[in-house]
Design a protein around this ligand. Structure first.
Ligand SMILES: Cc1ncc(COP(=O)(O)O)c(C=O)c1O
Length: 391
């Protein structure tokens, strides 16, 4: 295909030209002053996007986002300790699995996929588990296209005196994440999401209560030891060889975010999410995530009965150059789910292309004649400039 494929999966996300050019720079000494300046700039930029308190440390790991999730568990949780993990999809389950792998006794607050975790349910669960110190939350559940009410959940956990650990991998930098104001103790993200960089670096912001808990935890840790990462970060370096090219990319991605302005970035993602869900619904798909909790970074929707998911995605990819993701999970409905990513360097026009291609593909699969109804439904959402409500 002579055109660039339209990468509309929920990460890795498309790379702007400026990021691609930044990445092609020659290699530098990862223990030299140039790298130290870059690490400092990245750490400050990621902290700002997470609205982290000044007292928080931002650690950068060479790993995918899951590495930073594992790091959080290894540094915070001791074998045999009881923890609460809220799960409403595949990535909440992953936090539970990692905790179990480190010997934790996991109490799950599990809700049906497509539904949010309810703050009242968390309050009740925590009341019956006073011995629990840590609560693990997924902000944006990428597998179901749902944004949990993080602020309210963190308030409940904070009122109960718990340490709040948040997977903000597919939300931070694309929607508001207020580490300080919402009382989050640890916030995690990954470079291949809203940061507009390739996969390879993971971020963890750790507040004072996170550090106190880490000092008490007894799980083994080496590559992901927060303490050595902090010691090295103070000198501008990482304990082991970092993914230097991805650091170049994140540095440039942060410049792009700051030029657009974070509030504008958030408003754009919200517009894209609303347009995408309205358009897909008009095209005949059923939004999967509960209304009021639909994500600004990824839309999941169920294909009409009789449409084969693989054939639909293949048609989109091969004929229209639009690459979207499949569903996750083992429930029968998962096989009929598709997910459209709209985080990072994605514009209103990019969503228009997806919706047009979706209608075309559905016509070719004998569902219904393409008549522009998806774009029509999306149109009012593509132009709004309204302020962004925080989840
Ligand atoms: C919410 C969430 N958590 C965790 C992960 C895992 O991140 P990674 O694939 O970078 O390890 C992802 C990736 O899609 C995610 O979206």
């Amino acid at each position: 295909m002579i055109f660039q494929p339209q990468l509309r999966i929920p990460g890795p996300t498309p790379l702007p030209d400026r990021v691609l050019r930044a990445m092609s720079r020659p290699m530098i000494d990862h223990r030299g002053p140039e790298f130290a300046a870059i690490l400092k700039e990245i750490s400050a930029g990621v902290k700002e996007a997470m609205a982290a308190p000044a007292a928080a440390d931002l650690l950068v790991f060479t790993s995918s986002g899951t590495g930073a999730m594992e790091a959080a568990v290894a540094n915070l949780v001791s074998p045999g300790e009881r923890v609460v993990v809220c799960t409403c999809g595949a990535f909440g389950e992953r936090f539970a699995d990692i905790n179990r792998a480190f010997g934790a006794d996991v109490v799950k607050l599990e809700v049906e996929w497509g539904q949010p975790v309810e703050p009242d349910d968390l309050r009740d669960l925590l009341a019956s588990h006073p011995e629990v110190e840590k609560v693990f939350l997924t902000h944006n559940e990428t597998s179901t296209g749902l944004t949990n009410p993080l602020q309210a959940l963190a308030r409940v956990a904070g009122q109960a005196g718990k340490i709040v650990v948040v997977d903000a991998i597919s939300s931070a930098s694309s929607m508001p994440v207020e580490m300080e104001a919402w009382g989050l103790d640890v916030v995690i993200s990954g470079s291949q999401k809203g940061w507009m960089a390739p996969p390879g670096l993971a971020f963890a912001a750790i507040g004072p209560r996170g550090w106190e808990a880490a000092a008490r935890a007894t799980s083994p840790r080496y590559y992901f030891d927060w303490r050595s990462a902090r010691t090295w970060a103070e000198k501008g370096f990482t304990p082991t060889t970092p993914s230097v090219s991805v650091a170049f990319a994140v540095q440039e991605g942060l410049k792009l975010l700051s030029e657009e302005g974070l509030q504008n970035v958030y408003a754009r993602h919200r517009r894209l999410g609303e347009a995408c869900v309205a358009g897909l619904q008009a095209a005949g798909l059923q939004p999967f995530a509960a209304e009021g909790y639909r994500s600004a970074t990824v839309t999941s929707a169920v294909l009409p009965e009789g449409i084969d998911t693989d054939a639909f995605r293949a048609l989109l990819r091969e004929k229209y150059g639009v690459v979207i993701a499949s569903g996750r999970g083992t429930a029968p409905v998962s096989a009929r789910i598709v997910r459209v990513g709209h985080l990072g360097a994605v514009s209103e026009g990019d969503i228009a292309i997806v919706l047009w291609a979706v209608e075309q593909a559905l016509e070719e699969l004998d569902f219904r004649a393409a008549d522009g109804r998806a774009l029509n439904a999306a149109q009012p959402h593509l132009t709004g400039t309204e302020a962004v409500a925080a989840h």
